[in-house]
Design a protein around this ligand. Structure first.
Ligand SMILES: CCCCCCCCCCC/C=C/C(=O)SCCNC(=O)CCNC(=O)[C@H](O)C(C)(C)COP(=O)(O)OP(=O)(O)OC[C@H]1O[C@@H](n2cnc3c(N)ncnc32)[C@H](O)[C@@H]1OP(=O)(O)O
Length: 393
């Protein structure tokens, strides 16, 4: 019963706002600085929300929800939902945060907010440069093969390429195909300004009938399969880090053969902030790559590294100026892809062979520890906090 995060979010915010039965008759007057907002203004704003051309995003939808409740029912007067009821708890928090704001003031704020959205969500004019338009969220993963290079591109730029559960499955499938195709080198990269913002935190809202325990169990299996696939990948694996990288997109870098980064990239793993623990074999590869105290600074305290710092620590192979990043990196990879594929394969095998067994054991342990973490109060509170946009990591 996995439900995509966006659809879920849309359903819970817009669903509530769309029901006409939820627009009861209010008193006629509310205040703007000089004029009062009428019931009609408010009702019109409620109708306008349904006609918005662009999804205004979860943060705005949450504000609209809270203001609507405050405007129609007054201060939050229902019991706080349980800790595991992420979505209703997030909504309750937003409504409750409005405190004793009067119905009139809430109505006014609602109307103002909708009016600002209606102005900003007008379709872009034909003159809008293509680069300023957001590409549609169609294929979250794009796989291409050219010049001896198979490229797996994370393609959810509006969500900073956060990894949905479907994307983990798709990456596994893409890696399996790439390991057998004609290409010499395989590349992982991102679309837009981010490389990847890590695990999509809304993955945690996809509760099946088995509840939280079942979600954590299937999360453990998926994580282990995903990382196993990287450990066993037989060809040179290159990360082309086109922007900031967070969480699992950073931890798995220790399993890549080469990591090229733009100087705009940053690297951080905010596991403690999220009540979680390291994965991607980073509990083993990071201390080995950069020494235990530097690894601890990243894995325990979530220290964010610049690309240059990550390079100095050995996590990144080379940093390129952002302006020439794509050109230089792809030119180099094209040259490397002309090397004899079998020699590359065999050399990689020799380099990695000694480690494989250890890496699989580390992966299994990290995944199992994470399963427990996902069920902890610390983790659940952190996810709820992200979903209610209280925290930016
Ligand atoms: C038990 C089930 C699990 C199943 C899967 C198992 C697989 C294994 C999991 C392994 C464990 C992995 C751990 C990690 O990766 S931990 C790291 C998780 N990532 C984060 O904590 C980053 C959270 N995001 C942010 O802090 C910021 O968004 C960021 C700094 C990345 C960017 O900030 P900025 O202000 O520039 O942009 P916005 O915040 O406005 O972001 C734009 C929209 O993108 C959405 N977004 C971004 N990152 C994520 C994310 N990680 N998950 C979900 N959504 C994300 C953000 O909400 C915005 O959306 P809206 O426009 O709709 O508001």
């Amino acid at each position: 019963m996995a439900v995509l995060a966006g659809r879920l979010a849309r359903r819970w915010c817009f669903g509530l706002l769309r029901s006409p039965t939820q627009v009861p008759a209010l008193g006629l007057h509310a205040g703007s600085p000089t004029m009062r907002t009428s019931q009609k203004d408010f009702n019109d704003a409620v109708s306008q929300v349904k006609l918005l051309k662009e999804d205004p995003g979860n943060e705005v939808k949450l504000k609209l929800y809270a203001l609507y409740k405050q405007a129609t029912e007054g201060p939050c007067n229902v019991p706080k939902p349980g800790m595991l009821d992420f979505i209703n708890k997030t909504k309750w928090d937003a409504w409750n945060a409005l405190g004793s704001l009067s119905k009139e003031a809430a109505r006014q704020k609602y109307v103002d907010l909708v009016s600002s959205l209606s102005t900003s969500s007008k379709s872009p004019s034909p003159e809008t440069p293509a680069a300023d338009r957001k590409p549609p969220e169609g294929n979250s993963l794009v796989v291409t093969s050219e010049d001896g290079i198979t490229t797996i591109r994370l393609n959810r730029p509006t969500k900073k390429n956060a990894l949905t559960t479907q994307m983990y499955h798709d990456i596994i499938a893409a890696l399996q195909a790439a390991s057998k195709d004609e290409s010499t080198i395989t590349v992982l990269t991102g679309s837009g300004d981010y490389y990847c913002s890590g695990n999509d935190l809304t993955n945690f809202t996809h509760l099946s009938a088995g509840g939280l325990e079942e979600m954590a169990r299937s999360g453990e299996v998926l994580l282990r399969d995903f990382v196993d696939c990287l450990i066993d990948f037989p060809k040179p694996l290159v990360a082309v880090v086109n922007g900031p990288a967070v969480g699992i997109s950073v931890t798995i870098l220790g399993l890549f053969d080469v990591v090229y980064a733009t100087d705009r990239a940053t690297f951080h793993t905010p596991f403690s902030h999220l009540g979680q623990s390291p994965e991607g074999c980073s509990s083993y590869t990071f201390p080995k790559i950069m020494g235990s105290s530097k690894a601890a600074e990243m894995l325990l305290f979530g220290k964010k590294l610049t690309a240059q710092e990550a390079c100095a620590r050995g996590l990144v192979t080379e940093v390129f100026p952002d302006g020439t990043f794509q050109k230089e990196v792809w030119a180099r990879l094209k040259a490397y892809s002309k090397l004899p594929p079998n020699a590359l394969r065999i050399s990689k095998q020799i380099i990695r062979k000694q480690e494989k067994e250890k890496l699989h054991a580390v992966n299994a342990e990290e995944s199992s520890v994470l399963r427990e973490r996902w069920l902890s109060d610390e983790c659940m509170n952190a996810i709820a906090s992200f979903l209610s946009r209280k925290a930016k990591l």
